[in-house]
Write a protein that binds this ligand. Structure first.
Ligand code: FES
Length: 145
């Protein structure tokens, strides 16, 4: 993993309270530290540009966008996660600085899901090819004993 405390962190002006993910339908976490394909240290980092692109795409959609410093997925380039209270969590990689619309499209699908999963049908191709992992909610594990 690659950590840098001085990286910019994207804020959200979504219609929900980004500080409390439970008030939003879905929260998109974007790694603001990810570099572009050249590995450049230039700022803003490609990940920060993706966070800003997602923030703009999410405006007014009850979807929060927050920047984080590393999602531990550095080898798969630009990375983001989609989280929703009580639902599965998803990590995506191989994104680019203009993938914000795709992340928001996935978040909107996720928000309408009744089974806690992001529907495959209608999911942007980047969120099909770039799926790294999905993680069940803790309640799912407890119920599965
Ligand atoms: S720097 Fe590690 S996932 Fe972006």
């Amino acid at each position: 993993m690659d950590f840098d405390d001085n990286l910019p962190v994207a804020s959200s002006d979504a219609s929900c309270d980004a500080a409390d993910a439970r008030t939003c339908d879905v929260t998109i976490l974007v790694c603001s530290s990810c570099r572009d394909e050249t590995g450049s240290d230039a700022h803003p980092r490609a990940g920060a540009r993706l966070a800003e692109d997602a923030r703009l795409a999410a405006n007014g959609k009850n979807i929060a966008v927050r920047g984080v410093e590393c999602l531990g997925n550095c080898k798969r380039r630009l990375s983001a996660a989609l989280i929703r209270d009580g639902a599965w969590s998803y990590v995506f990689g191989d994104l680019n600085p203009s993938s914000g619309e795709d992340l928001v499209a996935g978040a909107k699908l996720f928000a309408t899901s009744t089974d806690g999963l992001i529907p495959w049908r209608g999911r942007p191709d980047s969120l099909k090819r770039g799926l790294i992992a999905r993680i069940p909610p803790l309640a799912f594990i407890k119920e599965d004993k």
